[in-house]
Design a binder for this molecule. Structure first.
Ligand code: DOR
Ligand code: ZN
Length: 365
């Protein structure tokens, strides 16, 4: 079915890096123009490890919002071997903290304070299970002997599955899954595990950063894998399965940090994510599943209400122009290039496009 317009509830981003200070001020408007809420990653320098830091960071995010923008930052704590159970309890009880983030130490950007010995965090994980607070995992092992393309699969076998067997009631989001193995694992387990999928992993495979020269703007962690894995992610995202939802992992780095002898991992998609997703879902004849992936499945897993505002996507005749990069102080940040023109754009829905008892996107020819 070919449509030129449809209306869905406003999406949320269930995995986002906003950074801090100048970078925060430069990027926050991109997210708040597109998303109602986002789960905010705590991997600042220093990381967000306690309630006071989370509350102060939440304030800085709200203070950086462009005038007139509505946006709710959903705060997380960075799990360390020193995380206090009181912080977890207080954070959950007050509603400030929506999840804890587990970075295996050394797995990715600013993960040095992450977990080395998983036994040390078991009491905190048990408490999280008791109160229903989700654990968000960066699912890669860091052992040098494990090939980087296998790190997600080995993490499931060696770390995630054993933790879940010890604490079956722990609610887990496997973040930014990149393999068919992770899709199969999450699909076949019970309702306590879900996964986010990024926009870029639906679009690129490993050729994007390795063929024809090293392409640092397509380098992220976990790295994009073979084509067969990308296709498995597409099938999961477009299936409507409530276990899969959008987490962009949009992660701004200045070009000088990306284009370097030791370039940082991260792809910045906040500006054009929804346009890319509409393209991807249309290509897979699944526009009727975009709302589930971007707007419904995430709040359902987190036990939060769906958004009350709606957006209408319209397909333009001409490709939409996006900035290739934007400035932060004296630096540039490069925006994700999907490699194809984008035609879908979106705007707040008007009354006639919304029917209040209808959560299903309204497709128009
Ligand atoms: O590509 C990534 N960038 N993956 C991560 O896990 C972290 C993120 C960042 O913070 O730059
Ligand atoms: Zn991330």
């Amino acid at each position: 079915m070919s449509v030129s317009q449809f209306t869905i509830r406003q999406p949320d981003d269930w995995h986002l890096h906003l950074r801090d200070h100048d970078m925060l001020r430069a990027v926050i408007g991109h997210s708040s123009a597109n998303f109602a809420r986002a789960i905010i990653m705590p991997n600042l320098v220093p990381p967000v490890v306690n309630i006071d830091q989370a509350e102060a960071y939440r304030r800085r995010i709200l203070d950086s919002l462009p005038r007139g923008h509505q946006f709710e930052p959903l705060m997380t704590l960075y799990l360390t071997e020193e995380t206090k159970i009181e912080d977890v309890d207080t954070g959950a009880r007050t509603g400030l903290i929506k999840a804890l983030k587990l970075y295996p130490a050394g797995a990715t950007t600013n993960s040095d304070s992450g977990v080395r010995n998983f036994d040390k965090v078991m009491p905190v994980l048990e408490q999280m299970a008791d109160i229903g607070l989700p654990l968000l995992v960066h699912g890669e092992v860091t052992s040098h002997e494990v090939d980087i393309f296998d790190r997600e699969v080995v993490f499931i076998e060696r770390v995630l599955d054993p933790i879940r067997k010890k604490i079956p009631s722990l609610r887990v989001v496997m973040e930014h899954v990149t393999t068919s193995n992770a899709v199969d694992y999450v699909s076949s387990e019970g309702g306590n595990i879900a996964a986010t999928i990024t926009t870029h992993h639906l679009i690129i495979n490993r050729n994007a950063y390795l063929v024809g020269g090293i392409k640092p703007h397509f380098y992220c962690l976990p790295v994009a894998k073979r084509e067969e894995h990308r296709l498995a992610l597409r099938t999961a995202a477009t299936s409507g399965n409530p276990k899969f939802f959008l987490g962009t992992d949009s992660a701004p780095h200045p070009d000088s940090a990306k284009i370097s002898e030791c370039g940082c991992a991260g792809i910045y998609t906040s500006i054009n994510t929804l346009n890319c997703l509409a393209h991807v879902f249309e290509e897979d004849d699944a526009l009727d599943q975009l709302e589930a992936f971007a707007s419904l499945n995430g709040p359902a897993f987190y036990g939060l209400p769906v958004n009350q505002n709606w957006v209408t996507f319209k397909k333009s005749q001409e490709p939409i122009a996006f900035p290739k990069q934007f400035s932060v102080q004296n630096e540039h940040v490069t925006v994700f290039d999907p490699g194809f023109p984008l035609y879908w754009q979106h705007e707040p829905a008007n009354e006639s496009e919304i029917s209040s008892d209808d959560a299903v996107p309204r497709m128009r020819q």
